[in-house]
Ligand binder design. Sequence first.
Ligand code: FDP
Length: 347
Amino acid sequence: MNQMDNNRSYAGTNVPSFESSRIAQPIGTALDRFIKNNQDQFQYASGELSQLLRDIALASKVVNREVNKAGLIDLMGGVGAQNSAGDEQQKLDVLANIRFTRALAKGGEVCALISEESDSFVDLNNKGHYVIAIDPLDGSSNIDVNVSIGTIFSVYRRKTAVGEPIHDTDILQKGADQVAAGYVLYGSSTMLVYTTGHGVNGFTYEPTLGEYFLSHPQMKIPAEGRIYSINEGAANSFSEALKAYLQSCKDSEYTARYVGSLVADFHRNLLKGGIYIYPATRKDPEGKLRLLYECNALAFIAEQAGGKASSGTARILDIVPNRLHQRIPFFVGSASMVELATKGMDF
Ligand code: FDP
């Protein structure tokens, strides 16, 4: 079929034919195949990290199924308890935590798991080479209202020798030490986006085949964006520098977009260009988001995609955590926006 056939118009309109549309293009590489093809990029390549990524993908499919059914079976609402960070635990938070913990424990590659839902780290298998930090279900307050939520994960190589007891040096590693990081977005379609330090690739879940396929190869965040994402309800307690930055966004007639699920806001800005900000506020003087299992992963992905991530005073990936559930102010997204937003910060 020639190009003219491909682009023929119907009834005088210039509608591209089905054959030439994106719909007709072949489905991308399956995630499993992609992981295998790229295994050699990794300096410790032994197949363990690849297996770990597959375990995460598998658990995310189970969670995706549960998220989709949440309104039909009794999976909405809280469990009547708080997690280590003091947030109300939702039923799906607890379930997602169980799904990921089980998948990672069975795999055997992970020696310790840090989760938003557990007070201390979980000792999984002393023979594993990897430490994982995970927010099993980010954006919990959106579960009951059917708005996009996500999973965020960071993977570190353990510092102690295999077989030795897990030490603080394994657990409290800075973001720059991550060997992989990613997120799953349970949205209008489900996507898994991850990096192993060689760019960022995005995979879309095909539910009838039960498989993720490469749909967004080598993702790059536009250096300049026009979207700003922040909960301005707390504006009275923002620093003067931040207030001035937000005013400049308004003066330039930027677009304000805030889903209230970090993964969803981050993902949109990654694709379109923009900045996500969760600053220090009166209520949360250290910021609200957790360094180890929220900010580090997204900072790694942002940098790999050409963007930036800052606490306002430091590059996120350079910050050495001092405790498991440490919070930090977070500015992430298009490089020039993060630079401008954090200029002259007075935290
Ligand atoms: P949530 O409390 O619903 O889990 O990680 C915490 C988080 O959501 C982020 O996903 C989200 O961006 C932010 O908190 C929303 O906080 P505010 O309601 O304070 O804006």
